[in-house]
Structure formats: structure tokens, C-alpha cells
Design a protein around this ligand. Structure first.
Ligand code: AP5
Length: 222
């Protein structure tokens, strides 16, 4: 194996998308975010679109069958030069699908980057988050765009996400602790977990990840 296959795990608002954007620039890896895929799917005028909309807007998880189908098709289309997966896997079933598919292609997850942020911090962060139509994240207090209300990267208008309301944030946190957090233990047993303090400023978290991945690349000859 010669590629860097990264998965990002953490509660909603832990900074996965913020760091993924930076890592994408550092390593030139394809970035696949199932949250973005599900938000695109929910806009479709179809039975699946309506089903996805219901789950995303209530803060629940979209059923594994739908997410895995969409994600695996995108992953296959990217070839085998590495990837950054943001928000997938989120359940034991999704982890099985991913690990089996990679194993069948002689590949594996290189590292699971785990972002740790306490629940009370998450609510404050997400209430202040603004995103553009492509999902680039900003914050009204500590991650401002250069021009108010406009994305620095693509110039589109910034809005608040439908699922960033306090009651939906609480539901998303509950789902994270019940269904996704147990995966950390599973990946720990595989020796691939690298933990990061997501309460540190974004640049500091980024430096820590880059240093960790530099060591990993040396150790694994990547
Ligand atoms: P998804 O879009 O993946 O949402 P999430 O995991 O809840 O994560 P977020 O995007 O909210 O947060 P983030 O960690 O990326 O934080 P960000 O960098 O934006 O999923 C949405 C929905 O889609 C799910 O609820 C589900 O319904 C469905 N779905 C998706 N994947 C699925 C799957 N695999 N299976 C089933 N359903 C699925 O940062 C947040 C804010 O904090 C920003 O304002 C940012 O500027 C700020 N910030 C970031 N880092 C820092 C820092 N270090 N210090 C201070 N502020 C910071």
C-alpha cells in the first residue's frame, strides 16, 4: 500500500470539514464528505431525496444502505491514490462495508483522525457556523470570511444550515455518542487511531495533524 487513506471522526462541529479542507491542500487527496453528499441528495425530487431530507433535517442518520451506495460509487470513481473521508463511516455496518471493500482491493485505512471536543462547546460552535453552498465552513466569531456573508473560496452567499438549530444539534450529538463513538475503540484495536484536541485553534490543530501524518508517512514508507 502506498497511499494515504484517512478517515475523520468526531462529533458534529468538531472541525472535521475545516481540517479536511486544509489537508486536501497539503496532500492533494480527494475529499469525500457524506454530509455534503446527503445534503445534495435531499434536494432531489425523488423518493430517496425525500427520505434523506427527513433524516438529515431531524439530526438522525441516513440508513446505511443509501449512504454506502452513494459513498462507495464515489470512492471507486476516485481510483487508488488515497482519500480523505469526512463523516464516513458512522456506524459499525458502514465500517464493515468500507473495510471489506478496501481489503478486496488490497488497500486499508491508514489512519482514523479523531477530533475531541466536549458537547457544551459544540452547541456554541454550530449555532455560530455559516456555510456556503459548497459547504465551506465559517464562524461568526472566530472564522470570519474576508467579506461579510460571502465565501472566500467561491464567492457564494453564506447561510446557516437547517440542522444547526439547538434541538437538532442535541439529537446529532446523541446519535454520535451512541452510534459513531464506539468505532473509535474498534479502530484503536487496529492501531490506526490518532487523537486531536479539537478545542485548540484551527491552525494549531492543523499543525498537530500535519506533524502526526509526517511521522506516519515516514514509519509506513508512504
Ligand atoms: P455532516 O455534514 O457530516 O455533519 P457533522 O458530522 O454533524 O459535522 P459538521 O459538518 O456539522 O461539523 P464538522 O466537524 O465538519 O465541523 P466544521 O469544520 O464545519 O452530516 C450531516 C448529516 O448528514 C448527518 O446528521 C446525517 O443525517 C447525514 N449523514 C452524513 N454522513 C452520514 C453517514 N455516514 N451515515 C448516515 N448519515 C450521514 O466546524 C464547525 C464550526 O466550528 C465552523 O463554524 C468552524 O468555523 C468552527 N471551527 C472549526 N474548527 C474550530 C476550532 N478548532 N476552534 C474554533 N472553531 C472551530
Amino acid at each position: 500500500m502506498s497511499e494515504l487513506n484517512l478517515i475523520l471522526i468526531g462529533p458534529p462541529g468538531a472541525g472535521k470539514g475545516t481540517q479536511a479542507e486544509r489537508l486536501q491542500q497539503d496532500f492533494g487527496l480527494p475529499y469525500l464528505a457524506t454530509g455534503d453528499m446527503m445534503r445534495a441528495a435531499k434536494e432531489e425530487d425523488s423518493d430517496i431525496g425525500r427520505e434523506v431530507k427527513e433524516f438529515v433535517e431531524s439530526g438522525g442518520l441516513v440508513p446505511d444502505g443509501i449512504v454506502c451506495k452513494v459513498l462507495m460509487a464515489r470512492l471507486d470513481a476516485e481510483g487508488d491514490d488515497g482519500f480523505i473521508l469526512d463523516g464516513f463511516p458512522r456506524t459499525a455496518g458502514q465500517a464493515d462495508v468500507l473495510q471489506d471493500a478496501l481489503q478486496g482491493r488490497g488497500r486499508r485505512i491508514t489512519a482514523a483522525l479523531v477530533f475531541e471536543v466536549p458537547d457544551e462547546k459544540i452547541v456554541e460552535r454550530l449555532a455560530g457556523r455559516r456555510v456556503c453552498s459548497k459547504g465551506h465552513p465559517y464562524h461568526v466569531d472566530h472564522n470570519l470570511p474576508k467579506h461579510e456573508g460571502v465565501c472566500d473560496i467561491d464567492g457564494t452567499r453564506l447561510i446557516q444550515r437547517d440542522d444547526d438549530k439547538p434541538e437538532t444539534i442535541r439529537k446529532r450529538l446523541e446519535v454520535y455518542h451512541e452510534q459513531t463513538e464506539p468505532l473509535v475503540e474498534r479502530f484503536e484495536a487496529d492501531g490506526i487511531v490518532r487523537r486531536f484536541d479539537g478545542t485548540r485553534p484551527p491552525a494549531e490543530v492543523h499543525d498537530h495533524i500535519r506533524a502526526t501524518l509526517a511521522v506516519l508517512k515516514l514509519e509506513e514508507g508512504l
